[in-house]
Design a protein around this ligand. Structure first.
Ligand SMILES: Cc1cc2nc3c(=O)[nH]c(=O)nc-3n(C[C@H](O)[C@H](O)[C@H](O)COP(=O)(O)OP(=O)(O)OC[C@H]3O[C@@H](n4cnc5c(N)ncnc54)[C@H](O)[C@@H]3O)c2cc1C
Length: 437
């Protein structure tokens, strides 16, 4: 059978792409290797508990997210107003992250000397010519302490990554662009009134899986348990997609699968693509925990490496979404491992869970025994846009020139946030529709 487009991978990116292609009249087939759709999005519902075992929320900071919500008519669940309160763990205490300039000057998170460095930032040294790590970028602008108590925890919260290895240009392109334009980030902030991306933090009634479930119902024709093995080009200039459930002919292919799978599928067509195997995906464990109520309030906390806890941080689920946890309990999603503490993920699942509970109790000594506990281990979690990532983009550019009918929009290209995945899916569908055949 011939299709206009075959979408490979049924996570949020593939589902969004297939949904819009179908909506705009393209004959589309989505092929998914596993027996379920949603990819990384995994909502756990058990009795009165609702936990996210993968991504927790969407930072809805682009139009494509709001368009998708409107097109699908899914019911948004906003995070509670207390979610503005976020904390960093220091010296056995949770210290609020300053949100206002005067709070910054009062915070005990960094010393006076580091605070005064902020003024020096207006005269920051120019960036090096070569790709720079997030850590060096932060050191150059704000100094070592700022890096340790703000930037590294933030990097492990977003990428489960290591600031020393991630590239500022590829992992945080907005910051990099601001430096290119203004030099100083403080100047950029004064001109643009913000440095961090704006947007609303949302989920859906029934969790993030509600979005992928509706998408699955409304998207194109699909095949589960259908791992794609390779792609060949035919003499007619079309593509043949070879999979465990048969082979299909198509004019266009959209790949949304992780880097190792993309390399495997395309290596016969374009051997240099094997460079994608160099992309690091650190392990990440998410412990879903509930305890008799002690009264936590806010979004959650992050842990600087220096503080020596064996967790990266936690989200206060019962404060963020009060209806997802029994009223007399406090629920948490606790994150472990990542690029900076990967060895913890070599422990057994029971031991990881025990570590999560034990370390959380160091933060909240009044916590009793868990009433609910579950662990999800991601052996390969979030792709790391490391220093030197330009080499990956260069290879992808060369591939694109040779095979214009094959789009690669996985989360290792152009951003891994859910909002970016949705945007890439929508834009790619629109591009293919505008292109015609
Ligand atoms: C633990 C965790 C927490 C996160 N937290 C957040 C968060 O809070 N907010 C946020 O914005 N982002 C978060 N992220 C990132 C975000 O969830 C992902 O980047 C996003 O879900 C990726 O979606 P995707 O569709 O591109 O890929 P995936 O979700 O990886 O989907 C790819 C799909 O392709 C399928 N597949 C693989 N190989 C093949 C093959 N050969 N043939 C056919 N199908 C194949 C897979 O089975 C899978 O279903 C988190 C990620 C993780 C892992």
């Amino acid at each position: 059978m011939t299709f206009d487009v075959i979408v490979i991978g049924g996570g949020i990116t593939g589902l969004t792409t297939a949904f819009y292609l179908n909506l705009y009249g393209k004959k589309t087939l989505l092929l998914e290797a596993s027996d379920r759709l949603g990819g990384n999005i995994k909502t756990l519902k058990k009795g009165s508990y609702l936990f996210e075992e993968g991504p927790q929320t969407i930072l809805a900071n682009n139009e494509a997210v709001w368009k998708l919500i409107e097109d699908l008519k899914v019911e948004v669940e906003k995070t509670s107003p207390s979610s503005e309160k976020r904390y960093i763990y220091k010296n056995g205490k949770l210290i609020p992250i300053p949100l206002k300039p005067w709070e910054f000057f009062r915070t005990p998170l960094i010393g006076l000397k580091s605070k005064l460095l902020l003024f020096k930032e207006l005269f920051v040294k120019p960036p090096p010519k070569e790709d720079e790590s997030v850590a060096n970028f932060a050191r150059r602008h704000f100094g070592e302490e700022f890096l340790r108590y703000f930037v590294q925890p933030f990097v492990s919260g977003i990428y489960a990554g290591d600031a020393e290895r991630l590239s500022v240009r590829y992992a945080f392109p907005k910051l990099w662009e601001m430096e290119q334009r203004y030099g100083s980030l403080l100047k950029a902030f004064l001109k643009e009134k913000r440095v961090a991306p704006k947007g609303e933090l949302i989920s859906f009634k029934g969790g993030l899986s509600s979005l992928t479930e509706v998408l699955a119902l409304k998207s194109s024709e699909k095949q589960l348990n259908c791992k794609v093995l390779s792609i060949e080009r035919t003499q007619m200039g079309t593509y043949k997609v070879l999979s465990k459930c048969g082979s299909y002919e198509t004019k266009n292919v959209v790949l949304t699968v992780p880097a190792d799978q993309t390399a495997e599928i395309l290596k016969k067509l374009f051997p240099p693509i094997e460079v994608l195997n160099e992309i690091i995906y650190p392990p990440l464990a998410v412990a879903s925990l509930s305890f008799p109520k002690v009264g936590v309030d806010g979004f959650g906390f992050l842990v600087p490496k220096e503080e020596g806890l064996k967790i990266l941080g936690a989200i206060f689920v019962s404060s963020l979404f009060p209806n997802r946890c029994p009223g007399e309990e406090d629920c948490f999603s606790v994150f472990l491992c990542g690029e900076t503490q990967k060895d913890i993920c070599n422990l057994s699942e029971d031991e990881i869970l025990k570590t999560a509970v034990g370390e959380l109790k160091k933060v909240f000594p009044k916590l009793g025994e868990p009433k609910f506990q579950r662990l999800r281990l991601w052996k390969r979690s979030i792709p790391q846009y490391t220093v030197g990532y330009g080499k990956i983009y260069q290879t992808l550019e060369e591939f694109k020139k040779r095979y214009p009918g094959v789009e690669i929009i996985s989360n290792f290209v152009g951003g891994s946030s859910l909002a970016k995945c949705i945007e890439k899916g929508y834009q790619t569908a629109k591009k293919l529709v505008e292109k015609g055949n």
